[in-house]
Structure formats: structure tokens, C-alpha cells
Design a protein around this ligand. Structure first.
Ligand code: ATR
Length: 268
């Protein structure tokens, strides 16, 4: 079984070690390769997948751009407007999104409740769209805030969630049950946090989808303030685990995927 990940650049992807560990643990013959693809070669790459691959993951910058080249979309991928997983059904390429259910799995595993809870998202990029969609479907009350307000307003309108302006942010922060950072702030600069420490929620949990570093400044400060914390590695593992199941029909050994991802992180 040939699998791989389409993106550019891909040197920091943990997916190959994680998926290879899942294939090996399941006793399946197969390989999962990096498929670095510049935008102008995306169409040709999709044709290669159609001919030769059982499936693929899709990452930056192609999660949206790949949609016109696929044959079918899941309802989730259509609503989110982004595909992170392709399944090849006898030459018919189906685009799905496992980031959304993968995020919910990571919350459930960490025993962070979201149903009927107030969940505040920082950021309005592709990751925020998947997470807002998933949380809303899972019964959470979702509010979105972003540095560029218009982007958050558009996301809120398109996905039917709440929008937070600068003026309403600090009150909403104090009263939310779960805060999720979907911005890239703590990844680009480990010394930075998307939120001043005095604005942290008073209760509940803080989740950062950044997985490198595993403990971002935001999570460190939230932990010091006595809040429950969760980093981004579980979401990464679960989106991969759900993709693996779609491709192979086998439930993966998630523990083996975690172990491979942890080891891979050390080598980055
Ligand atoms: P994607 O590729 O997922 O669409 P992106 O464009 O890289 O995402 O942006 C991810 C998120 O991080 C956005 O919400 C972005 O805010 P803007 O819409 O205002 O650009 C946010 N982000 C990135 N750097 C930031 C920073 N220094 N401060 C606050 N937010 C930041």
C-alpha cells in the first residue's frame, strides 16, 4: 500500500514516522513517503495519487487548493473548505478532513469537556476553521477572535459561530470553559504567547494546537495559573490515526503512533 503526504515544504513533517509505525504495528505492507509538491505541480501530483497511491495526507499550503482536483468531498471537508486526507476508491479521489474529528478526539482523551461549554478560539486560519466546525457539531458554544478581525468575522458567519471583537475579548476570556490557540504564534517564536498572562481564563482548560515546542509559553503560563493544559501533539496523532483507518480499514495502534511522533519530535 502506497501512502504519502503532499505539501511544501515538508522537512518537518512527523507523519511519515507516525504512519510507518502504524503500518508496521498492524503488520501491513506499505510505505508512507514525503511528497514535496510546489503549487504548480499540484495537479500532476494528484494524477500520480490517482494512479499509484491508496491515499494521502495533504498539508500546507495545499489544503484548500487541492479541492478542485478531487472527485468527491465529505460533508465535513466541504463545510470546512479544507482537505487533509485523500482516499483513493478505485481511481475516484475522495477528499476528507480528519483535523476536525482529530481535535475532538484529543479533547476527549484528555477528558476536556466541550459539549454545551463555552469554547473560545484564538485565530481564524485553516486550523481554526476545522476546529470551529468540529466543536460546533459536537455541541459547544464557539466564539472566535483573531488579530485580523474581518477574518474571524467571516469565519463566524460562514460556520455559524460567535465573533469576538477586541472590545468583548477580555470578558469572554474570563468566562470561557476552554481556550484554544489555533494561531502559529508560539511555534514561530517560542518566547511569544498569543495572550497576555493576565488575560487567561479563570477556570477550565487551555489548549494549544502548536506541538513544537510541546509546552508553549501559553501552556506554561496556563499551567502556572492552575488551569488544565493540552498541547498539539494529540491532535496531530489523532488526525493521523483517523486517516490511517480510512485508508486501511484497520484501527491503528495509537500508542505506537504517539511513540513514533515523540521520538520524531526530538529529531526535528
Ligand atoms: P492558515 O495557514 O492555517 O490559514 P495562517 O494564515 O498561517 O493560517 O494564520 C494562522 C493564524 O495565526 C491566523 O489567525 C493569524 O492571524 P491573522 O489572520 O491576523 O494573520 C494568526 N497569527 C499568526 N501570527 C500572529 C501573531 N503574531 N499574532 C497574532 N496572530 C497571529
Amino acid at each position: 500500500m502506497k501512502l504519502g503526504i503532499i505539501g511544501f515544504p515538508l522537512s518537518h513533517s512527523l507523519s511519515p514516522v507516525m504512519q510507518q509505525a502504524a503500518l508496521d504495528a498492524a503488520g501491513l505492507e506499505g510505505s508512507y513517503r514525503l511528497l514535496p509538491t510546489q503549487p504548480e505541480f499540484l495537479r500532476a501530483r494528484v494524477q500520480e495519487i490517482r494512479r499509484e497511491f491508496a491515499g494521502a495526507n495533504v498539508t500546507l499550503p495545499h489544503k484548500e487548493a487541492i479541492i478542485p482536483f478531487l472527485d468527491e468531498l465529505s460533508d465535513e471537508a466541504r463545510a470546512i473548505g479544507a482537505v487533509n486526507t485523500i482516499v483513493n476508491r478505485a481511481g475516484l479521489l475522495v477528499g476528507l478532513n480528519t483535523d476536525a474529528p482529530g481535535f475532538l478526539k484529543s479533547l476527549e482523551e484528555a477528558k476536556i469537556a466541550y459539549k454545551h461549554k463555552r469554547v473560545l478560539l484564538l485565530g481564524a486560519g485553516g486550523a481554526a476553521r476545522a476546529i470551529a466546525y468540529a466543536l460546533k457539531k459536537g455541541g459547544a458554544k464557539v466564539l472566535v477572535h483573531n488579530r485580523t478581525a474581518e477574518r474571524a468575522e467571516r469565519l463566524a458567519e460562514e460556520l455559524g459561530v460567535g465573533f469576538l471583537s477586541n472590545a468583548t475579548l477580555s470578558h469572554a476570556l474570563k468566562t470561557c470553559d476552554v481556550l484554544v490557540n489555533t494561531t502559529t504564534v508560539g511555534m514561530k517564536n517560542p518566547a511569544a504567547s498569543p495572550l497576555e498572562a493576565n488575560l487567561l481564563p479563570m477556570r477550565g482548560a487551555v489548549v494549544d494546537i502548536v506541538y513544537n515546542p510541546q509546552t508553549t509559553r501559553l501552556l506554561l503560563e496556563a499551567g502556572n495559573a492552575g488551569l488544565k493544559t493540552l498541547g498539539g501533539l494529540p491532535m496531530l496523532v489523532w488526525q493521523g490515526a483517523l486517516a490511517f483507518e480510512l485508508w486501511t480499514g484497520h484501527k491503528p495502534q495509537v500508542g505506537a503512533m504517539y511513540k513514533a511522533a515523540q521520538t520524531g519530535l526530538k529529531d526535528l
